[in-house]
Structure formats: C-alpha cells, structure tokens
Design a binder for this molecule. Structure first.
Ligand code: 5GP
Ligand code: ZN
Length: 116
C-alpha cells in the first residue's frame, strides 16, 4: 500500500498543481474543487488515515495544520476556511492516504453538516 494515488502524486509520478512541498509534506489543488479554494495537504510518507496515526506522527500532523493555515491565506481564503479530514468508511474517505482538505474562498462555505 505504498504506491497509492497520493503516494504517486507526492512523488511527482502523477501531475498535480502543487502549492507546497518540503521533505515531509506536499499540498496541491483538489482535482474536483468543491469551493473556489480547495487544497489537499498530505504527508509524503504513506499513512492510510487519521485512524492509523501514531504518537510519533504528532509533529507531522501539527506541521500539516500549520501549513494548511498558511496556504489558505496565501491561496485566496484569508478570512477563514474549513479543514476536513474524512476518515474511514463512516467519514466517507475515498482516497486511502491521509489528507487534509482546505476549503474556502471569498464566501462562507456554508453550514458544517446538514442536521438529521
Ligand atoms: P476524500 O473523499 O478521500 O476525503 O477526498 C479525496 C479527494 O481527492 C477528493 O476531493 C477528490 O476530488 C480528490 N482527488 C481524487 N483524485 C485526485 C487526483 O488524481 N488529483 C487531485 N489533485 N485530486 C484528486
Ligand atoms: Zn499513499
């Protein structure tokens, strides 16, 4: 499971519109944006989901969130944004490589979830 779609994007084997890259983390535009700003922040190393992180990943997760904040401001959502981490079946995670969605833009993104 070390050559999934996002592993291949991180390695540059599949093209993406990257907005950040360092030794541990890559961020790029979502291919099918839900809002005017829709970025994905991923670890380069394969981690399946938030459900499989360990204590050793805590610094990485913190850095991913800090990068998300910086990119949201830089990429067109300076007045706030939402981060989403879909996790597992119930969380409707479609790509099995941990990713933080950043969604935003000039207008409010709307209520968090439709209440049942
Ligand atoms: P999930 O439902 O797993 O949280 O979200 C996966 C996200 O990955 C979706 O928003 C989808 O549009 C995005 N995505 C899927 N395949 C690709 C791809 O090949 N390139 C990019 N840039 N985004 C992708
Ligand atoms: Zn992967």
């Amino acid at each position: 499971m070390d050559r999934c779609l996002f592993c291949r994007i991180a390695a540059g084997e599949i093209p993406s519109r990257k907005v950040h890259e360092d030794d541990e983390i890559v961020a790029f535009h979502d291919i099918n944006p839900a809002r005017p700003v829709h970025l994905l922040v991923i670890p380069k190393r394969h981690i399946t989901s938030l459900a499989t992180v360990s204590d050793a990943d805590v610094p990485l997760l913190g850095r991913m969130l800090a990068i998300a904040n910086r990119l949201a401001t830089e990429q067109g959502s300076p007045d706030g944004f939402r981060v989403i981490i879909n996790t597992g079946r119930v969380g409707h995670q479609e790509v099995q490589h941990l990713h933080i969605h950043i969604v935003g833009g000039p207008d409010p993104v709307g209520p968090m979830l439709k209440r049942v």
